[in-house]
Design a protein around this ligand. Structure first.
Ligand code: HEC
Ligand code: HEC
Ligand code: HEC
Ligand code: HEC
Length: 181
């Protein structure tokens, strides 16, 4: 019997409360930095292929030698938003303690579609802000080197009224992990 099985959901809540409280109390730059590395994400997702997938994608395997970190995509850049999102992520402590077999590749394989759609919902809720923070010239001042097809699709999208525009992840799924069909 694993330690996780011994921890009752009620205790999980208490543990989560303590951690959320601690995060709030020590909500300093240092703590934010410590919790903002790939290593932090991978403490709970350690048996998931997520990091390898990034390294195999254009976001880890490109001619520039840039590795995009989990939080560069999954957390927004502004400080306040950043903290709010952190606390939401820390709700995952409850999930970590209570979801049967969570930190196994089998669980990720089986739940990939549902988890991907949850992640996409978040990107849609903030108009893919993290993507736009790096990819600043998609719509305006498009680089010479951008493919014709990309220029045409981006321009056409940008010409629409703001509320009718698609967001990055509506057209670009699976940029870091294989998106399940
Ligand atoms: C405390 C453990 C824990 C940590 C730390 C953690 N996760 Fe998770 N994560 C989970 C659990 C559990 C789920 C499944 C949640 C569910 O379905 O209820 C999950 C799901 C996700 C999902 C898909 C669902 C969604 O809501 O978007 C993404 C994306 C994700 N994690 C990214 C990250 C990133 C990025 C980090 C680092 C900043 C991180 N996780 C750190 C436990 C954790
Ligand atoms: C930290 C900066 C950074 C962030 C954040 C980022 N990207 Fe990228 N992106 C890059 C780099 C670097 C490349 C590789 C460029 C190359 O190889 O020419 C790239 C390549 C791409 C490509 C072309 C290659 C492919 O996979 O088709 C697309 C499309 C793309 N990114 C979309 C996105 C989307 C959508 C998001 C948000 C979910 C995002 N990017 C977030 C830096 C970033
Ligand atoms: C209406 C659909 C659509 C939207 C919205 C969209 N793209 Fe694209 N994008 C495309 C198509 C089509 C291509 C060309 C084919 C490909 O590379 O997938 C492309 C290509 C790219 C490329 C590669 C450029 C090249 O020359 O190959 C990057 C990087 C990129 N998009 C980033 C983004 C980002 C970031 C956003 C959000 C700000 C975004 N796109 C929004 C459709 C879209
Ligand atoms: C370039 C941006 C980018 C990077 C870097 C990135 N992700 Fe994601 N992630 C996404 C997007 C976009 C989705 C939504 C599903 C999709 O389009 O594939 C997603 C989905 C997920 C999911 C839901 C399951 C799935 O595969 O769809 C988890 C969990 C997750 N990411 C965790 C991580 C972790 C952990 C890291 C760092 C090792 C990371 N991501 C790095 C953009 C990124």
């Amino acid at each position: 019997m694993s330690l996780r099985n011994l921890i009752k959901p009620g205790m999980g809540l208490v543990a989560a409360g303590l951690v959320i409280g601690a995060l709030g109390f020590w909500g300093t730059q240092n703590v934010l930095h410590a919790t903002s590395s790939d290593a932090f994400c991978m403490t709970c997702h350690s048996n998931h292929s997520l990091k390898d997938e990034v390294m195999a994608s254009a976001h880890g395997n490109n001619a520039m030698g840039i590795t995009v970190q989990c939080q560069d995509c999954h957390l927004p850049p502004g400080q306040i938003d950043y903290l709010v999102r952190k606390i939401i992520v820390s709700k995952d402590i409850i999930g970590y303690l209570t979801i049967d077999g969570f930190n196994t590749q089998e669980w990720l394989d089986e739940n990939r579609k549902q988890q991907a759609d949850l992640a996409l919902k978040y990107f849609r809720s903030n108009d893919s802000i993290s993507c736009r923070t790096c990819h600043t010239n998609v719509y305006e001042n498009q680089p010479e080197a951008m493919s014709k097809m990309a220029k045409r699709m981006h321009t056409r999208n940008f010409e629409k009224a703001a509320e009718d525009r698609k967001t990055c992840v509506d057209c670009h799924k699976g940029v870091a992990h294989p998106y399940p069909r």
